[in-house]
Write a protein that binds this ligand. Structure first.
Ligand SMILES: [Zn+2]
Ligand SMILES: [Zn+2]
Length: 375
């Protein structure tokens, strides 16, 4: 054998190429030299083998390591797979090559495609669960011909190229490979008298209304699969699936944190200082909560069981109420009198909270003693 080319050169990637780059390079080269595209071209068959070998080594960390250090010689005796038939290459990398060609290993009628749908709901619907009717366009088997594609009363003729097998054997140098029959596209049949409803396609586009049940506790990004609600496949093949992805609209009041809900409730100075009953919004309507005296702005209270239900356990999370103490923007004369009176008392009597606050400040500004001042 002539001098073996460097595997990195074969794939056309730099020596520090990552998995993604390798995969991409291999896919595009394998497509270029694929035997289905280069029937009878021996040069392409050799290249196809060469890129498969390069990829087999570089995509395996152990082998790549050895190759990087000792080159081709290092790989002797490392148990390299057999690259002498393209079927074995398909067996190794079928997942990478699959879907591009009808050839390779897939046989039989083509299954239907999956469909995706983004379904938007609001927070209340997510909390309680709901049913939604969605309208999608999808491929259905033509009702006129039952998906066969031929005029009613006629039958497709057996493909003469492949004798109805859908595949043909092709010799390529030392390869003997099976290929999808080009004449019939792998179905083994030829439509001589096409159905007029679908022009021989066998499928028509239709709008369908589908009822979707969304479970309580659904969250943003939740996906669920509705089996068989995707596009129709060729006759006899499975339908695709419909994959629904949930988007939960943001709520004006409530933010979601897993199964917990967070909301901010404004209270007045006097409520914060003295405590008392406040109204707290929940998804089931407002409830009364008794606030303890001395709440600070930003402190929160946790109300158990008023959050979102967990999708799996259906156990409800908590409602976290963040207290926002509101400073009055305008005062009546009487209110102002009271605040001024309060200020005078504050001046004489510094509360422990303030003491610790100023003590902390002192630690931050060691050079200057902060002055206590009440405005
Ligand atoms: Zn039809
Ligand atoms: Zn055929």
């Amino acid at each position: 054998m002539a001098d073996k080319r460097c595997f990195y050169d074969v794939l056309g990637v730099p020596r520090n190429a990552n998995d993604e780059q390798l995969k991409k390079a291999y896919r595009s080269l394998a497509m270029k030299y694929h035997p289905d595209r280069n029937v009878g071209d021996e040069e392409a068959a050799v290249q196809f083998k060469e890129v498969a070998e390069a990829y087999a080594v570089l995509s395996e960390p152990d082998k790549r390591n050895v190759y990087d250090r000792y080159g081709h010689a290092g790989l002797n005796g490392m148990g390299m797979p057999d690259f002498n038939s393209s079927q074995s290459i398909f067996d190794m990398f079928g997942d990478l090559l699959g879907g591009i060609f009808g050839g390779g290993r897939q046989r039989g009628p083509r299954p239907g495609q999956d469909l995706g749908y983004e379904l938007e709901i609001n927070l209340l619907e997510a909390a309680r669960g709901c049913k939604k009717s969605i309208n999608i366009a999808r491929e259905e088997n033509c009702s006129e011909c039952g998906g066969q594609g031929c005029r009613r009363g006629t039958r497709p003729a057996k493909c003469r190229q492949c004798d109805g097998h859908g595949a043909v054997l092709v010799s390529q140098g030392f390869f003997r490979i099976q290929q999808t029959c080009r004449a019939c596209g792998g179905s083994g049949a030829i439509i001589t008298d096409p159905c007029t409803s679908c022009n021989g396609r066998g499928r028509v586009s239709a709008r369908r209304s589908i009822e979707v049940t969304i479970p309580a506790g659904a969250y943003n990004g939740l996906q669920f699969v509705m089996r068989g609600e995707g596009e129709a496949g060729a006759p006899g093949a499975a339908r695709g699936d419909l994959i629904c992805q949930i988007r939960v609209r943001e709520h004006d009041f409530f933010k979601r944190d897993g199964d917990h809900l967070i909301c901010q409730v404004p209270v007045t100075f006097s409520q914060a200082a003295l405590g008392g009953d406040i109204q707290v919004p929940t998804l089931d309507g407002p409830i009364t909560h008794t606030l303890r005296a001395g709440m600070q702005s930003g402190e929160y209270v946790r109300i158990q069981g008023k959050g979102m239900p967990n999708l799996r356990s259906q156990r409800k999370g908590d409602l976290v109420v963040v207290i926002a103490v509101e400073t009055p923007r305008s005062l009546t004369k009487r209110q102002e009198e009271l605040f001024r009176e309060l200020a005078e008392i504050d001046h004489k009597q510094v509360s422990p909270q303030r003491k610790s606050f100023f003590a902390k400040l002192k630690g931050l500004f060691t050079t200057e003693e902060p002055e206590e001042k009440v405005g």
